[in-house]
Design a protein around this ligand. Structure first.
Ligand code: G3P
Ligand code: MG
Length: 380
């Protein structure tokens, strides 16, 4: 009796002659093919927030490694449970950040399971490929390089603007490292068509000043200011895009720190002070629908990758986060289950969370254990 490795079957492509089918035929066209059986739908899948759940800045939270160990197979289902990481953080390339996370968490984290707040802009870059744009956030030229890597060929930073004309913001001098990271550009001859806030700005004052200059001068810094209410509709307004709405985030300090969302509030307050109006903007990052829909696609594709083929139907999704405003609100709106942990922004002593999670847990390990037990008890 012919035996074949698990999951393989014999496929006869061509017989020498029909007569001797019963006997052992001389087979020319023979190949071992994998009989395709749709991989079993995993019992559940996870979406992890990073800051305040797995890490606090660069410190790995003790429960993080134990939680991932459970998903790598050491669980009641004796199977790998797919998971992705979705953070409102940013400021590094996806490849670099995955390299860091892999060494911090001790498990391979690949770009197919990783989303940061500006990853979604990859799909926008083609529209701005040849357009000069301003990118904000991060240190020196980190964010400019990420934007160029996404396809924003003419991405410039506020440090480039300051280097071009130091009088644009007289209260700060560039450090030698910052100056070395700048690109010489004549902004009086360059019309910036959009401002993308990729990551948390380091120099709020410089960034607010330059962003206001770009918008009120119709993209050409130094040109006369025109109140947007009075700008002719024929003129294409400067686009303003924020990637992370978090007012606060869970860092090393014992109280949450101001995030990119707080920078947006500060910018709009100054803009309103000057013009009487807030400037319209596009928002990405958790809890926006765009980011959760993007995450659902990434989770489905990564699950298929882990399991070696598209699985029938979407396994139940558990989002584990520390921020009710971004992680829990977004997961609830996406129809996922949501688990709020007490290791980051949210502190139960501050009262009930602003968005009700499916469950609350001390830390990420307790959260994963709770979800696995629930699926085991009530069936996948
Ligand atoms: O700057 C990052 C912060 O806003 C939150 O990151 O990982 O908790 O979504 P995360
Ligand atoms: Mg967080």
């Amino acid at each position: 009796m012919l035996r074949f490795p698990q999951g393989h079957a014999l496929r006869v492509t061509r017989l020498t002659s029909p007569r001797n089918v019963g006997a052992f035929a001389v087979l020319r066209g023979v190949s071992l093919t994998r009989s395709y059986r749709k991989p079993a739908r995993p019992p559940l899948s996870f979406v992890f927030d990073i800051d305040g759940v797995l890490l606090r800045e660069s410190t790995v939270l003790p429960a993080a490694k134990r939680a991932l160990t459970l998903l790598e197979g050491d669980n009641a289902f004796r199977t790998k449970i797919p998971y992705i990481l979705v953070t409102n953080g940013g400021g590094k390339t996806e490849e670099d950040r995955c390299r860091d996370l892999t060494s911090q968490l001790g498990f391979p984290i690949t770009t197919s399971q990783f989303i940061q707040c500006h990853t979604i802009l990859k799909s926008h870059a083609h529209r701005y490929a040849e357009e000069p744009v301003l990118v904000l956030g991060g240190r020196q030229d980190e964010v400019k390089k990420i934007a160029q890597g996404y396809g924003f060929k003419k991405a410039y930073s506020t440090l480039d603007v300051k280097a071009w004309n130091p009088h644009v913001w007289p209260f700060y001098d560039l450090t030698p490292e910052e100056l070395a990271s700048t690109t010489p550009v004549d902004f009086s001859k360059t019309r910036l068509s959009a401002i993308f806030v990729f990551h948390d700005p380091r120099n709020w004052a410089l960034d607010v000043q330059v962003a206001i200059d770009v918008i009120l001068s119709g993209g050409v810094i130094g040109a006369p200011y025109v109140n947007p209410k009075k700008r002719s509709s024929a003129e294409k307004p400067v686009q303003l895009v924020f990637c992370n709405p978090d007012l606060q985030w869970g860092a090393q300090f014992q109280r949450p720190r101001l995030g990119q969302g707080a920078f947006r509030v500060a910018f709009q307050a100054v803009f309103k002070g000057l013009t009487g109006m807030e400037y319209p903007y596009e928002q990405y990052g958790k809890p926006t629908n765009a980011t959760y829909q993007f995450a659902e696609t990434v989770l489905r594709e990564h699950t298929a990758k882990v399991l070696g083929g598209p699985v029938g139907g979407t396994p139940s999704v558990y989002m584990i986060g520390d921020n009710p405003e971004s992680d829990i609100a977004g997961a609830n709106a996406a129809g996922w289950s949501s688990i709020l942990v007490h290791t980051g922004v949210y502190n139960p002593e501050d009262g009930p969370p602003t968005h009700q999670p499916t469950h609350e847990a001390e830390d990420v390990e307790a959260a994963v254990k709770w979800a696995i037990e629930l699926r085991r008890a009530y069936g996948a």
